[in-house]
Ligand binder design. Structure first.
Ligand code: NAP
Length: 239
């Protein structure tokens, strides 16, 4: 039996790692890409290191598409919320250009550069491919009741718009791809660590649970030419 191939980008993050393990448990051929050397070995796992530069992203995606021409799932798990110098803004006065640029880079540009780089593959492959980026509910403009977190909200909203726009083009070009923007819910990770204090224990998900949900949702996608912006339960999120 031909094994399905799954590519996980940002594979050293909490959700990325759990997703790699989830696919391996299901006997997939897994390609894990990260900026750091991954401390995991498995006969079905192929690992690549990236610096997330445009050239490197293009080079790696070409190599991966050559080795695994029938990739079923590509998932970009990258994301950034806080940095050494900045926490999410509570006030307009704390908005910082460098922080905003870093979040735009990690949350919007990086996932879109991977989609761009895989385009030749997505246009030519006969294998339907679900291409997922990890978004967040706070990227929804209509759902924004609380305010704050300017840079994170705006970077995820930018990601959402890039994918919505891409879905229109991909449908026009009859590309055999389904785009998905996935909100994992509050998940125990380095990214959420500083904000976990007020989260009830049953609302703080384990990355393994989120990875299972994500995989389940990927397998159930309908290739209708639209992008799905959904949470871990598969519920649609208003844009
Ligand atoms: N955890 C939550 O509660 C939560 C809630 C809503 C949405 N999300 C979204 O879920 C995704 C995964 O988050 P996580 O909780 O697994 O966080 P995490 O454990 O901090 O992992 C995030 C990963 O993103 C990559 N990354 C970090 N900085 C980057 C940069 N400057 N440029 C490019 N890539 C960078 C790294 O991947 P490598 O080390 O492998 O290179 C890092 O391991 C993110 O998009 C996040 O916004 C998370």
């Amino acid at each position: 039996m031909v094994q399905k191939t799954a590519v996980v980008i940002g594979a050293n993050g909490a959700i990325g790692k759990a997703l790699v393990n989830q696919y391996l448990r299901l006997n997939y051929q897994v390609v894990a890409i990260s900026s750091v050397k991954l401390n995991v070995a498995h006969p079905m796992l192929n690992k690549f290191i990236t610096d997330y530069s445009r050239d490197n992203i293009q080079d790696l995606s070409n190599r991966i598409a050559r080795i695994y021409p029938g990739t079923a799932y590509i998932t970009v798990c990258n994301g950034l919320l806080h940095t050494k110098n900045n926490m999410p803004e509570k006030k307009i006065e704390t908005f910082d250009e460098a922080y905003f640029s870093a979040l735009l880079q990690a949350n919007a540009m990086t996932p879109f550069l991977w989609l761009q780089a895989f385009m030749p593959h997505l246009l030519s492959t006969k294998t339907p491919c679900v291409f997922t980026a990890l978004s967040a509910r706070v990227g929804s403009i209509s759902d924004n009741q609380l305010g704050g977190w300017y840079s994170y909200r705006a970077s995820k909203a930018a990601l959402n718009m890039l994918f919505k726009t891409a879905s229109i083009e991909l449908q026009r070009r009859r590309c055999n791809v389904k785009l998905m923007l996935f909100h994992p819910g509050t998940t125990d990770s380095a990214l959420s660590k500083p904000f976990q204090n007020n989260v009830p224990i049953d609302k703080l998900f384990k990355p393994e649970f989120v990875a299972q949900q994500l995989h389940e949702l990927q397998t159930n996608r309908v290739f209708d030419g639209d992008v799905d912006y959904i949470d871990w339960q598969g519920e649609s999120i208003e844009w």
